[in-house]
Design a protein around this ligand. Structure first.
Ligand SMILES: C[S@@+](CC[C@H](N)C(=O)[O-])C[C@H]1O[C@@H](n2cnc3c(N)ncnc32)[C@H](O)[C@@H]1O
Length: 297
């Protein structure tokens, strides 16, 4: 890495703090406050742009990051974006959220629209554009595809580094002259555990519940990096396998008004051992659909 300044001066004193974060989705209406525990997270912090040191300090403070030059991962703030790098495998390059250009931009323009498997799985159809709670948002790619097709999507992500990357990408997309309008209207995010978020939302009678809860927990991949995309490999190394994914099914099913959709590798077993109402299969992926009620116009 060249021309990188190490942010050594930044020190966080808190070991653990409890923050309240607002949960507000445009469609789902009113505000609820969620309490999520944010633990001190050790990560190397680099700033490539001397004018953005304070921005990086603010990011570190908000997400509870402590600069640690020996940590396996680094967050790098460049002139334009926040990027993740794995320090013991530099050939993997960097990962960041880009909804405007790159693969997501290409997929938005040429990705097949409502013919895509994910679109069929959530029940997007002529005249039906369900509201979606993406309970395992990750880098927001699936959420962005659904939002680009008209769905209002509330994203929930529990890992602070992933959430920080997602928020950075979301802010850039919101400011973009081409897509900013609909991104601001349809996409929102919160940093929380989805079990907590779904349970609180079911009990908050003032909230409009999502038609669909979408789950794509991290599944341990059978084969290593050649087949697993670099980006997914890095994300998987950072967050690990979501071994508690089965626990998400019950609160997700309680919250959704129409269906729960679970994305899985083709070889994976059903979530929580539950047999789906229908399955939609692509080359390597399966969408298990648990229908509660028919979609209506
Ligand atoms: C495989 S990734 C999701 C990728 C995403 N669908 C995309 O298109 O970018 C899974 C993500 O879900 C998050 N996650 C897993 N369980 C969660 C939970 N209970 N609450 C919130 N986030 C969770 C993980 O931290 C991880 O970032």
């Amino acid at each position: 890495m060249t021309s990188v300044n190490l942010v050594d001066t930044y020190k966080l004193t808190h070991d653990c703090l409890v923050k309240s974060r607002s949960f507000c989705s445009p469609k789902m209406g009113s505000k609820t406050y969620l309490f999520s525990r944010v633990y001190k997270m050790h990560i190397a912090l680099f700033c490539e742009d001397p004018f953005r040191i304070n921005t990086l300090a603010d990011i570190a403070h908000r997400w509870g990051f402590t600069h640690d030059r020996d940590a396996p991962f680094a967050l790098i703030l460049t002139k334009s974006s926040l990027k993740l790098r794995m320090l013991d495998d530099l050939k993997l390059g960097t990962v960041y959220v880009d909804f405007i250009g790159g693969a997501m931009g290409y997929r938005r323009k040429f990705g097949g629209g409502k013919r895509q498997f994910i679109s069929k799985a959530v029940g997007l159809n002529k005249g039906i554009t369900p509201t979606v709670l993406d309970a395992t948002a990750g880098l927001g790619r699936d959420a962005f595809v659904l939002a680009s097709l008209g769905c209002k999507v509330q994203m929930v992500e529990r890992h602070p580094v992933v959430a920080a990357l997602l928020e950075d990408g979301l802010h850039r997309a919101q400011a973009d002259p081409d897509i900013g309008g609909w991104v601001r209207e349809r996409m929102s995010m919160m940093h929380a555990s989805s079990e907590e978020a779904c349970t609180l939302s079911v009990n908050a009678s003032s909230l409009e519940r999502p038609s669909v809860v979408y789950l794509d927990p991290m599944f341990p991949h059978k084969k290593k990096s050649a087949l697993v995309k670099k980006e997914m490999h890095m994300l998987q190394s950072l967050v690990g396998a979501d071994n508690d994914a089965d626990k998400l099914f019950v609160p997700a099913y309680a919250l959704a008004t129409k269906r729960v959709v679970v994305k899985r590798p083709k070889y994976a077993q059903f979530i929580a051992g539950k047999v789906p109402s229908l399955q939609i299969e692509s080359k390597n992926t399966r969408f298990d659909v648990y229908v509660k009620a028919a979609m209506c116009q």
